[in-house]
Every structure is written in structure tokens, then in C-alpha cells.
Design a protein around this ligand. Structure first.
Ligand SMILES: NC(=O)C1=CN([C@@H]2O[C@H](COP(=O)(O)OP(=O)(O)OC[C@H]3O[C@@H](n4cnc5c(N)ncnc54)[C@H](OP(=O)(O)O)[C@@H]3O)[C@@H](O)[C@H]2O)C=CC1
Ligand SMILES: Nc1nc(=O)c2c([nH]1)NC[C@@H]1CN(c3ccc(C(=O)N[C@@H](CCC(=O)O)C(=O)O)cc3)C=[N+]21
Length: 300
């Protein structure tokens, strides 16, 4: 079998087009421009790349982008003061604090200081609780993007065996909640899981969110399974020249694509969908804040 490649880049472009449509409707009919504030603390080069990319795409769909770059030594009090200011700013509908934060800052405390209605990452404890109990919430962007691709590919996910490898609060756990919400039979695997290969072999849907380059080989994948590769790992690529690097996922793409029914590539899979869903969440937050009907098909 040769897997269908699920084109996250193309899918993300379609989501952004929908978002742009809602943004122009909000502007024309209501005089409202959705705004997204992104807070970056410190100079982590990878984070800087993502933040730039988020800002650019925010503007491209017609929204306002507010970037707050704080130096690595910023105190918790100063960061909390900024969040308070953004919480109270009616032109800001979404707030994202780029993670990871520097060591001296308590990320749980910081995230839980964000107004849950503006928490477009869906990381606030209120949103986590709402998602876990099946209530309307802000849904984390990466898992939401994965769910959109799975629904698009399969239609219904009901009754499918899904294995999520990774149990982080930002990817693994919310992904498992969303799959459960779509009536999958969900297994969450992690670093202590016994016989991981056997667990993954039972899956109709595999979501890999581990952070280990090409850890999941093709011979762990059941024939015809759908593989969603969340991993973003930059590794050395001496074949491209000295000092060069390339991006790989948590799945060994070449071997997995020979057995899977469908697979997302890295780059061009989950990553672009994450940013598209961030924009979608910002429009959703803006509609809710203004008591307007929210866009269909852009939330879980
Ligand atoms: N495409 C995108 O938009 C995004 C991509 N990412 C990428 O996704 C990956 C995961 O991110 P994140 O969830 O934040 O990572 P974390 O490091 O927070 O979590 C990794 C998870 O993988 C588990 N794990 C680690 N080693 C193994 C192993 N050998 N076998 C089984 N499980 C293992 C850990 O288990 P334990 O809990 O037991 O330690 C943990 O639950 C990274 O590559 C990251 O860059 C992340 C966010 C967005
Ligand atoms: N509060 C917070 N929210 C996040 O959503 C968040 C975060 N912090 N910290 C870091 C991770 C990582 N993340 C990615 C987003 C897009 C790509 C992406 O677009 N990747 C491109 C490639 C980009 C490249 O070439 O480097 C792709 O996969 O095709 C990747 C990773 C969001 N994260």
C-alpha cells in the first residue's frame, strides 16, 4: 500500500480562506476587526520563527496582530500586568503566550491569568475542564487541526481505535479528549507504556506527539491506518551540506507511508493547521465576545 498524503498546508490555506471570509463579514456588518495578541518572552530562535509566522498570517486574513516581545529576564509581575492589560483591552479577542517560558516563570500561573474567553490556545484550566466535560470551550489549536484533518479524511471516526502517543497538556491529552468526543476508542501511550509497538499496531488512527525524531517506524503501523505526525524535530542534515538541518516528524515517514492508508508529512502537515486553527479560534472568540453567531466548521 502507498499512503494518501494528507496535505495540511493546502488544508490550512482553505481554513484561512474561511477565516478571512468571517473577518470581512465582521468588519462590514459589525465594524469589528478581530485582534490577536502574541506574547513572546526571551529570544528562542524557533519561537521567534513561529511568532513571526503567526503575526504574518494574522494580518493576511485581515485581523489585527499585536506582538509583545519581552526580554528573557522579565519578572512574573510584569508579565502578569501585561496579561491583565490585554484581558481588559476590547480590541484584543485572542491572547497567546508562546511556550515554553523561561525557567523562572510559572507557566501554569501565567496561562491561568489569561481571560478564558480570550485563551485561543485552550490551555486555561477552565477550557481544559470544559473540553473534558463536553462543553463549549476554546479548543487547543494543534489537536483541533489534527481532528479537522481526520474528519475530512474519514467522515465519521466513530468506533475507530485511536492511539495517541504522548500525554502532554498541550497536545496528547486534549487530542485524546477530542477523539473520545468523536466516539473513538482511545488509548494514550507515553514513556512508561509497555510494548508500545504492540499498542500502536492495534490503532486505526495513530497520533504521534512525542518529540523524538522518527521514533515510530513503519512496522508499528497497521496496514491501512491513518497516521497523524505532530512531531517537529530539527535534525542535522550533512547530506545537504555542512551545518545544514532539516525538519522531521516523530514518525519515520518513508517506512510508514508504505503501510499506512493516509499520513501527514512534516513539514506541511500538522504545523500549518495549528496556525490556521489559532486564527479560527480568534474569530470564534471575537464572535462570542460580541454575542454574534460563531462560524460553523471552525470549532470542534
Ligand atoms: N505541529 C505543531 O503545531 C506542534 C508540534 N509540537 C511537537 O510535538 C511533539 C510533542 O510535543 P509536546 O506534546 O509539547 O511534548 P512533551 O515533551 O511535552 O511531551 C512528550 C510526550 O511524549 C512522551 N514520550 C517521550 N518519550 C517517549 C517514548 N520513548 N515513548 C513513548 N512516549 C514518549 C512523554 O511521556 P511522559 O509523559 O511519560 O514523559 C510525553 O508524554 C514535539 O516534537 C513538538 O515539537 C508541539 C506543539 C505543536
Ligand atoms: N502557546 C503556544 N501555542 C502553540 O501553539 C505553540 C507554542 N506555544 N509553542 C511552540 C509550539 C510549536 N508550534 C508550531 C506551530 C506551527 C508550526 C509550523 O507551521 N511548522 C511548519 C514548518 C515550520 C518550519 O519550517 O520551521 C510545518 O510543519 O510545515 C510548527 C510548530 C506551536 N506551538
Amino acid at each position: 500500500m502507498t499512503a494518501t498524503i494528507i496535505d495540511g498546508k493546502a488544508f490550512a490555506a482553505k481554513v484561512r480562506e474561511q477565516v478571512a471570509g468571517h473577518v470581512s463579514r465582521l468588519k462590514e456588518e459589525h465594524g469589528i476587526t478581530p485582534g490577536l495578541a502574541v506574547v513572546l518572552v526571551g529570544e528562542d530562535p524557533a519561537s521567534q520563527v513561529y511568532v513571526r509566522s503567526k503575526g504574518k498570517q494574522t494580518v493576511e486574513v485581515g485581523m489585527n496582530s499585536y506582538e509583545h516581545k519581552l526580554d528573557a529576564e522579565t519578572s512574573e509581575a510584569d508579565l502578569l500586568a501585561l496579561i491583565d492589560q490585554l484581558n481588559n483591552d476590547p480590541s484584543v479577542h485572542g491572547i497567546l503566550v508562546q511556550l515554553p517560558l523561561p525557567e523562572h516563570l510559572d507557566s501554569d500561573l501565567v496561562i491561568n491569568a489569561i481571560d478564558p474567553a480570550k485563551d485561543v490556545d485552550g490551555f486555561h484550566i477552565s477550557n481544559v475542564g470544559l473540553l473534558g466535560t463536553g462543553q463549549k470551550s476554546m479548543v487547543p489549536c494543534t489537536p483541533l487541526g489534527c481532528l479537522m484533518m481526520l474528519r475530512d479524511h474519514h467522515g465519521s471516526l466513530s468506533g475507530m481505535n485511536a492511539v495517541v502517543v504522548g500525554r502532554s497538556n498541550i497536545v496528547g491529552k486534549p487530542m485524546a479528549q477530542l477523539l473520545l468526543g468523536d466516539s473513538c476508542t482511545v488509548t494514550i501511550a507515553h514513556s512508561r507504556t509497555k510494548d508500545l509497538a504492540e499498542v500502536v499496531r492495534r490503532a486505526d488512527i495513530v497520533v504521534a506527539a512525542v518529540g523524538r525524531p522518527e521514533m515510530v517506524p513503519g512496522d508499528w503501523i497497521k496496514e491501512g491506518a491513518t497516521v497523524i505526525d505532530v512531531g517537529i524535530n530539527r535534525i542535522d542534515a550533512p547530506e545537504k551540506g555542512e551545518g545544514k538541518t532539516r525538519l522531521v516528524g516523530d514518525v519515520h515517514f518513508e517506512s510508514a507511508a508504505k503501510v499506512a492508508g493516509a499520513i501527514t508529512p512534516v513539514p506541511g502537515g500538522v504545523g500549518p493547521m495549528t496556525i490556521a486553527c489559532l486564527l479560527a479560534n480568534t474569530v470564534t472568540a471575537c464572535c462570542r465576545a460580541n454575542g454574534l453567531a460563531e462560524p460553523q466548521g471552525l470549532t470542534a
